[in-house]
Design a protein around this ligand. Structure first.
Ligand SMILES: Cc1cc2nc3c(=O)[nH]c(=O)nc-3n(C[C@H](O)[C@H](O)[C@H](O)COP(=O)(O)OP(=O)(O)OC[C@H]3O[C@@H](n4cnc5c(N)ncnc54)[C@H](O)[C@@H]3O)c2cc1C
Length: 470
């Protein structure tokens, strides 16, 4: 132990923290559901010191827990309880190395906050389309490690689609420089894609080349209050067909979800009836003038208004109103934490199965756990729902110690998704909480292939042990 600490302290420019109080915020996740322990917390400022840290840990067989903004929702961002590893926090590696309008690309260090990358792109009239509720604190390295999704996936893809190249430090300290900005490169196996979504178990991302897009000059953002699940799904299909290639977000919130946000999030307000089954947030963007977009949207919605499917709609007429509508969507997690104990299921199913999934999950919950309220929020356009069984803190106290209750609930909902050709983890990753689910939903063959890759890249099993693989 003293060996690794003295080696870390000898690395030039590396901040090494061992004081328990100073480490405390890094030993627990933001929802305070997962706690860990560590020998030290280190903050490198460049790739060379990350490599030196990794080499020292490899030679002393010390576990390494990479950490970004610590916004993970699946227990992936805090160390295990052994206290035998170190936290490698990338937050001080936050330089934008290159911003290139001609190449439509940006090269950033892993510790850059997502929002800062969006703003850097905007400063050259470009768009970096990754957007999610934690964008003010999550880091690009964490987004890459979890292959984050968010609200822009429908049009621009998830993180995997936005990464052109990577710089990664391997378990033994070797630096792989794959920081190219090519759109096409079929020269052998795509190493970059191995690391994206590997949640810090195969290597430490230190920098990334990211894809930028032309910034659409016009946006039309609207929130619709809709009655009936089937009608809401039909409306969403109809809107996508009416604006081919122009819909940049299609998000839903159930009535229960909207009520929670309005109750708990300071400043949240909604100029729509508060009794709709669903609230559909749509954003359309492109070169078409806003008046024309508005006219086309009104025409597209005409029939749904006529049949009573839509109770009412609000259209943002300026940037402030647009931000207010988005704030309702982006603050759901904050509201849910205040409301009670939300057991969240980040499932995805084929688009045609969303209605059947909601119906089957609702029926199961009403039968097996009637105290729980179904709360649904999701990226409708991607078939990705956060299906939450919400319990008041009092009800949670009463059921929390029922043996296996949470696993029983999780498996029931995941089984429904799985039977429909879906997944138990659409965008949040595996972290530490889904390890048993990997055994249940992945084939032995898939797990063996993954274990083979892990053994090759991390032969001593030091990188983020206890995450992703059973
Ligand atoms: C309010 C809120 C809303 C969210 N909304 C979404 C959403 O819409 N879509 C979505 O996909 N996710 C969402 N998330 C979860 C999401 O995974 C994270 O917000 C984000 O992608 C993680 O980034 P981070 O920097 O905080 O990483 P952390 O939480 O610190 O780490 C996450 C994982 O990545 C690893 N890691 C971190 N940095 C590196 C690195 N440089 N190299 C290797 N491994 C690393 C960690 O070891 C850990 O396994 C949300 C979270 C919150 C709190």
């Amino acid at each position: 132990m003293s060996d690794i600490l003295s080696r870390l302290r000898a690395i030039p420019g590396l901040a090494v923290v061992t004081d328990t109080g100073a480490m405390a915020p890094h030993l627990v996740d933001w929802r305070k559901r997962h706690y860990g322990a560590a020998l030290a917390l280190v903050f490198p400022t460049d790739t060379t010191s990350v490599a030196a840290v990794m080499q020292a840990c490899y030679e002393t067989e010390t576990r390494v827990f990479p950490q970004g903004g610590n916004t993970s929702v699946c227990g992936g961002s805090v160390p295990d309880e052994s206290g035998r590893g170190i936290i490698l926090n990338l937050g001080r590696m936050n330089v934008i190395r290159k911003l290139d309008a001609e190449d439509d690309s940006i090269i950033v260090e892993a510790g850059c906050i997502l929002q800062n990358v969006q703003e850097a792109a905007a400063s050259i009239e470009r768009l970096f389309p990754m957007s999610l509720g934690a964008e003010g604190s999550c880091q690009i390295g964490g987004n890459i490690a979890t292959n984050a999704g968010g609200t822009g996936v429908l049009r621009y893809g998830n993180m995997r689609d936005l990464v052109l190249g990577l710089e990664v430090v391997l378990a033994d300290g070797t630096i792989w420089d794959g920081l190219r900005t090519l759109r096409k490169n079929n020269s052998g196996y795509d190493l970059r894609n191995l690391f994206i979504g590997s949640e810090g178990t195969l290597g430490v991302v230190t920098a990334a080349a990211l894809r930028l897009f032309p910034r659409p000059p016009h946006f039309l953002t609207a929130m619709l209050a809709v009655q009936g699940t089937d009608a809401m799904l039909a409306l969403a299909r109809q809107l996508r067909a009416a604006f081919p290639g122009e819909v940049s977000a299609l998000e839903i919130m159930s009535h229960s979800q909207m009520t929670i946000v309005l109750r708990h999030v300071p400043g949240a307000k909604l100029a729509l009836p508060d009794n709709a089954d669903w609230y559909l947030l749509i954003e359309i963007s492109g070169t078409t003038a806003p008046e024309i977009l508005e006219e086309r949207l009104t025409t597209a919605l005409g029939h749904a208004f006529g049949t009573g499917t839509i109770l009412d709609a609000v259209l943002a007429s300026n940037e402030r109103q647009r931000a207010e509508l988005w704030a309702l969507r982006h603050h759901v997690t904050e509201g849910n934490v205040k409301e009670g104990m939300g057991l969240t299921h980040d499932i995805a199913v084929p688009l045609a199965q969303i209605g059947p999934f909601i119906a089957a999950a609702q029926a199961w919950l009403a039968r097996e756990l009637p105290q729980a309220r179904p709360v649904v929020v999701g990226h409708l356009g991607d078939g990705n729902l956060h299906y939450i069984a919400m319990l008041s803190h009092d009800d949670w106290e009463k059921v929390a110690d029922k043996p296996g209750l949470t696993a029983h609930l999780n498996h029931a909902l995941y089984d429904i998704a799985d039977d429909m050709g879906g997944t138990f983890s659409a965008e949040h990753g595996i972290g530490s909480i889904h390890i048993a689910d990997m055994n249940r939903y992945k084939t032995t063959h898939e797990l063996n292939l993954m274990r083979g890759l892990k053994a090759f890249l991390d032969p001593k099993g030091l990188l983020n042990p206890g995450r992703v693989l059973p």
